[in-house]
Each structure stands twice: as structure tokens, then as C-alpha cells.
Design a protein around this ligand. Structure first.
Ligand SMILES: C[S@@+](CC[C@H](N)C(=O)[O-])C[C@H]1O[C@@H](n2cnc3c(N)ncnc32)[C@H](O)[C@@H]1O
Length: 460
């Protein structure tokens, strides 16, 4: 039998010519040097590049581009001034159509390789205009050359790239970020230093309501009081009349988590209100809300289509956040239960139910894997379970419960094809069949791929 030959390791500092054939999940181009997988930042499939190897690990190497020998047909000139340094987007230099093809392919590859599933996703639904779609910016604050800067982290670091403009943020967020920077510099509020753990202001978060064109700003500080609060509020609201709410979040911990446990409104309203479809949603400073409201409506409409409710069904919306998916379906269901681990989001969900007069809903605070078995053991009817977990996917205990209960229909909304494929593989091996997979591009210019999957029970 012929032995598989080991690829010859590339040497650090050596030069090679490489054809890029794929992207990894960080948006780095993937090529092969002596058949050894090599990641090359700032390249895209189709590029032919001369590279120098910068590091060699056990299963991959990394190289830097010395010269672009041949451009990929999908390469474009990024219209964003900071795209080379900023870690927010990874694909500004790639034609949008090619981004969509790559994401669709990512989903199919995950389903086939990880999920071992013989299914093909429907063509991905992209945006007509894939810019200025984000309703939220989380801007770290720092100091450079004795000047306060706010911006985004440089790729793979905690260095801040100073904010000048952004192609994916809503224009009102841009206006606010520029104003915040001006006011903070004027008031000389000390930035928090991650290394020395000294200083006050850690992050500025800006959220916008697309439909109402109103804004909320959240200052995250290490201190219990917001320094120079009155001046800060006065100057900022003068510069940005669209501001309706200013909040203060206290985060004294040295962890990477942006928000601390305590948030108070220091000026204006407690919520921003935005509309998805026919429904209004209240968004409080700390709660999760989909960042791309235009595509969210498309995503939720797909969930509604897959749910195909008649008015007699009992629906469980697990990982429900502020209750948005469940509320979107409630007018067509007998009863909707929402389960969410974050208490503040549950309060928002209850408020949202009242706001939209959805009286057939009930929201429960707890972990989906703990709550569902407890309620299910009462023997109550469950017709549809919706799963919309964070990137790490569902706990296996939850999937076991769903399978044990023989829920007839599942809809899985996922922002991570890898964990989606893992969970679908489990469900497929435990009585379910994947009926449809619909990728929706919620995050243009980035490598993130979102999907809605319909599954039905096939085994009694
Ligand atoms: C991807 S978001 C989905 C939110 C919502 N479905 C929407 O469309 O806006 C995931 C949510 O799951 C919540 N979460 C995380 N782990 C959880 C768990 N074990 N049980 C219940 N909720 C959880 C998070 O707080 C977050 O609100």
C-alpha cells in the first residue's frame, strides 16, 4: 500500500508563490505551500501572491503578502478608509456577490462535512445595498499620543484604530461617534487603560432605531458615577438632537466582557423603539437585538413561512432575547412561550408583548436546557420549537429533551454554520429530518453567515 507523503513544512522567512483557493473563518485567504495549509491575511480566493512565511504551527502556516502577482476577479478596491487595519469587517475588498457565494458555500460545506447531511441550502438572500446596515456600534476608548481615541480594535489585537468613518454603521451612528469623540476630548475624561487597569471610560456604545431615526448612547465606565455627567449630556444632546437616551453602565472588572451588571439611564428614555414588520420592539441598553433590522425582517418572515401556523399551535421560542421571533409569530399561534437566560431581556420581552398587545405569550427567565424539560414534563402540547442560540449552539441536554418529547417541527436560526451542522447531525440521528435550509446575509462585509433551518419529525 502506498504511504501518504507528509507535506514539506514551509520555512519561516522563506518566500513562496501561492494561489488562494478559500477563506478561513477569520477572513484570511487560504492557500497551500508544499501542500501545507497556509493562511494569508488580506487575500481572497483567486489571488496569486508572493508571500513570506511569518509563522509555522503544527497544522498550518501563516504568511504575509509581499506582492500581488495576479488579482482575483472578485477583488475590489475597498471603499472603507480603515478596512486594512480595522478588525470590524474582513471582506471589504471582495465583490459582494462573491461574498454571498462564499457564505452559501460555507453553509453547504459545514452541512456536508460536519453534519454529514445530504442537503443543499437554498440560494442565500443578500442585501440590495450592503452598506450602513448596523444599528449598533461598540467603540472601545483609549489614548494615543496623549489624545483620547475611540474606534474599533485592530485585527487580532486590543489596539484601537481611531474612528473616522465606517461603511457598515448607520449614518446617525457615525454622526454620534464623531460628536462623542469631540465632547470626550473637550471634557478630558480619562480613558481606561487595559494594561495598567487605570482610567475611567472603557467603551461607548451607540444604538439607533432605523424606523424612528433616534439614538441611545451608553457610556461604560469603571466608576460608579459618570464623571462630568451634566456637561457630557448637555454638549452631546446639543450636537446630536436625535439622541433620546443616555445610559451609564458600570464595569469595574478587568475581564474582556464589555458590559458590567449595573446599567442606569442618566438622561432621557429607558428604551429605543424600532419596528420589524408590523411589530414595535423596545430595546434597552443591555439587551440583545438583531444588528441588521432590514435583513431581520426577511429572516423572521422566513421563520414565519416555515412555521406555517394555523392558530392552534403551541410554540416555544428558545433563546428568545427580547421575544422578537415569538412575538412575530404570536398572532398566528394559540400560545407562545419564550425562554431566555438574561433577566433584562425577559423584562423587555414582556414589555414588547404589552406594546404589541400579544396576550397569548409568556416569557420565562432561565436556561433553555433547564426550563424546557421542567415544563414539558407537565405533558402540555408542544407543536413547534424555535432555537436561536448564541454562536456556541445548543447544549446537548436540550437537544435530547426535544428528541425525547418528539416535538413535530423545529426551526433552528443560527449565526454559526459549524455548531449548526453539529446540532443538526445530532437531531438527524435522533428522529428528525432537515427539510429546508435558508442562509440570509445579516452581516455583509464580514465572514459571518446566518441560516434558518426547518426540520420535521420523521420517527415516532
Ligand atoms: C442569538 S440571540 C437570539 C435572540 C432572539 N431570538 C432574536 O432574534 O433577537 C441568543 C440569545 O440567547 C440567550 N441565551 C444564551 N444562552 C442561553 C441559554 N442557555 N438559555 C436561554 N437563553 C440563552 C442570550 O442572552 C441571547 O439573548
Amino acid at each position: 500500500m502506498k504511504q501518504a507523503t507528509k507535506p514539506l513544512l514551509p520555512g519561516v522567512g522563506n518566500y513562496y508563490t501561492v494561489k488562494i483557493t478559500d477563506l478561513n473563518s477569520n477572513g484570511e485567504g487560504v492557500g497551500r505551500v508544499n501542500d501545507f495549509v497556509t493562511f494569508i491575511p488580506e487575500t481572497i480566493p483567486g489571488d496569486l501572491v508572493e508571500i513570506q512565511i511569518s509563522e509555522v504551527k503544527k497544522s498550518f502556516a501563516r504568511g504575509v503578502v509581499i506582492r500581488l502577482i495576479e488579482n482575483s476577479p472578485d477583488r475590489i478596491c475597498a471603499s472603507c478608509a480603515v478596512s486594512k487595519n480595522c478588525g470590524g469587517c474582513q471582506l471589504q475588498h471582495m465583490e459582494y456577490k462573491a461574498q454571498l457565494n462564499w457564505k452559501e458555500n460555507q453553509v453547504n460545506q459545514a452541512l456536508q462535512r460536519i453534519g454529514k447531511l445530504d442537503v443543499l441550502a437554498s440560494p442565500i438572500i443578500g442585501m440590495e445595498t450592503p452598506n450602513y446596515y448596523r444599528n449598533k456600534a461598540q467603540l472601545p476608548v483609549g489614548v494615543k499620543d496623549d489624545t483620547l481615541i475611540i474606534g474599533f480594535y485592530r485585527k487580532g489585537t486590543h489596539d484601537i484604530v481611531d474612528y473616522t468613518s465606517c461603511n457598515i454603521l448607520h449614518p446617525l451612528i457615525h454622526k454620534t461617534a464623531v460628536a462623542v469623540k469631540e465632547v470626550l476630548a473637550e471634557l478630558e475624561i480619562p480613558a481606561y487603560n487595559r494594561r495598567t487597569k487605570q482610567g475611567i471610560l472603557r467603551h461607548v456604545i451607540v444604538r439607533v432605531s432605523f424606523t424612528q431615526a433616534k439614538l441611545m448612547v451608553i457610556f461604560v465606565t469603571t466608576t460608579k458615577t459618570l464623571v462630568k455627567q451634566e456637561l457630557l449630556v448637555e454638549q452631546l444632546t446639543n450636537l446630536v438632537p436625535e439622541l433620546v437616551s443616555i445610559a451609564h453602565n458600570i464595569n469595574p472588572r478587568s475581564s474582556k466582557t464589555i458590559l458590567g451588571r449595573e446599567t442606569k439611564i442618566v438622561w432621557g428614555e429607558s428604551y429605543l423603539i424600532d419596528t420589524i414588520g408590523q411589530l414595535e420592539f423596545a430595546i434597552s441598553p443591555a439587551s440583545f437585538f438583531q444588528v441588521n433590522p432590514i435583513q431581520t425582517e426577511i429572516l423572521y418572515d422566513k421563520v414565519k413561512e416555515y412555521a406555517n401556523l394555523s392558530g392552534r399551535e403551541v410554540v416555544w421560542d428558545l433563546y428568545c432575547g427580547t421575544g422578537s421571533i415569538g412575538l412575530y409569530l404570536a398572532s398566528e399561534a394559540k400560545k407562545v412561550y419564550g425562554v431566555e437566560s438574561l433577566a433584562a431581556a425577559v423584562l423587555d420581552a414582556e414589555y414588547n408583548a404589552k406594546l404589541n398587545k400579544r396576550t397569548n405569550t409568556e416569557f420565562i427567565c432561565g436556561r433553555a436546557e433547564d426550563v424546557l424539560p421542567k415544563y414539558a414534563d407537565t405533558g402540555e402540547q408542544i407543536d413547534l420549537v424555535i432555537l436561536d442560540p448564541p454562536r456556541q449552539g445548543c447544549e446537548s441536554a436540550l437537544l435530547e429533551t426535544i428528541s425525547r418529547l418528539e416535538v413535530p417541527k423545529l426551526i433552528y436560526v443560527s449565526c454559526n454554520p459549524t455548531t449548526l451542522a453539529r446540532d443538526l447531525a445530532y437531531l438527524s440521528a435522533h428522529g428528525y429530518q432537515v427539510e429546508q435550509v435558508q442562509p440570509v446575509d445579516m452581516f455583509p462585509m464580514t465572514t459571518h453567515a446566518e441560516c434558518v433551518v426547518l426540520m420535521s419529525r420523521v420517527k415516532d
